[in-house]
Design a binder for this molecule. Structure first.
Ligand SMILES: [Zn+2]
Ligand SMILES: [Zn+2]
Length: 263
């Protein structure tokens, strides 16, 4: 096949998947694949070559390949967690545009990358129901959308699985977690979630996938998992868009400080 013909065919396919005028969802340059340009795609793909902790999903560094100190004695109630990529660079910037600038259309390409993780990690097999982490009502009023819910809906649509957006509810208000130690965070989150009355029935014995935007200390995911399990869920696995680095909590730098503050 001639090069030109091949190029034409590829372009045709691209135009079909991503109509003209829509460049890379992040930077606007010409489309390469899945809604991104070649540069952005390459930056996103770095995550595929990284090793991650089999329990908390944080990215392992060459100093931490022997094991993940973050998980020792953590007592996480979820069976395991994973993130698509590390909270820095394009993973951080996409999340900012999505969550704080309010570019809700990013839920689709971001959800697609989360889907790739679900489809390639066999531990997610048999997932029956998706549950997004709810926002506190006051946050929802400010932001007007729950970033985790939109991501869960993209996943649910692609996997043909139900999304129980109302299953988990915020209970009492919690303090900002930024300055708290891990133990204080867990105590602060005690009672932060509850399962909506009448919803327990839909969770009984089910394998759930809890969806959130970032994994920071893991306290939020662990507390939500605890509540879901005590309402009868069979298993709770976790998937987030971004995650931290093993040992990252002691790391200097804007991104890790910011990640701490997000939790
Ligand atoms: Zn781009
Ligand atoms: Zn870990």
């Amino acid at each position: 096949m001639g090069k030109r013909l091949l190029r034409g065919l590829l372009r045709g396919m691209q135009d079909f998947l991503f109509p003209e005028g829509e460049g890379c969802c992040f930077c606007g340059k010409s489309m390469y694949r899945e809604g991104f340009c070649l540069n952005c795609w390459e930056e996103l793909s770095i995550a595929k070559k990284q090793e991650f902790c089999r329990i908390c999903g944080r990215i392992l560094t060459k100093h931490s390949l022997q094991g993940c100190p973050e998980c020792q004695d953590s007592g996480y109630e979820f069976s395991f967690a994973r993130g698509v990529g590390e909270y820095r660079g394009i993973y951080r910037n996409l999340l900012h545009q999505y969550k704080y600038v309010g570019k809700q259309s990013l839920a689709r390409p971001m959800g697609k990358l989360m889907l790739d993780v679900v489809l390639t990690d066999r531990r997610y097999e048999g997932t029956e129901v998706l549950v997004p982490v709810p926002l506190a009502p006051v946050k929802l009023l400010q932001r007007k959308f729950n970033q985790s819910q939109l991501l869960a809906q993209e996943l649910g649509q692609a996997l043909d699985l139900p999304v129980l957006a109302e299953a988990l509810q915020r209970g009492r208000d919690t303090l900002t977690q930024a300055k708290l130690s891990r133990e204080e965070r867990r105590a602060n989150l005690e009672g932060a979630f509850m399962v909506q009355r009448g919803m327990g029935h839909f969770l009984q014995g089910r394998k759930l996938l809890l969806v959130d935007d970032v994994f920071t200390t893991g306290s939020t995911a662990a507390e939500a998992a605890k509540v879901l399990l005590s309402a009868g869920a069979g298993e709770v696995a976790v998937l987030t868009w971004a995650t931290g680095l093993v040992g990252g909590s002691g790391r200097e730098g804007r991104d890790s400080r910011e990640l701490e503050e997000l939790s």
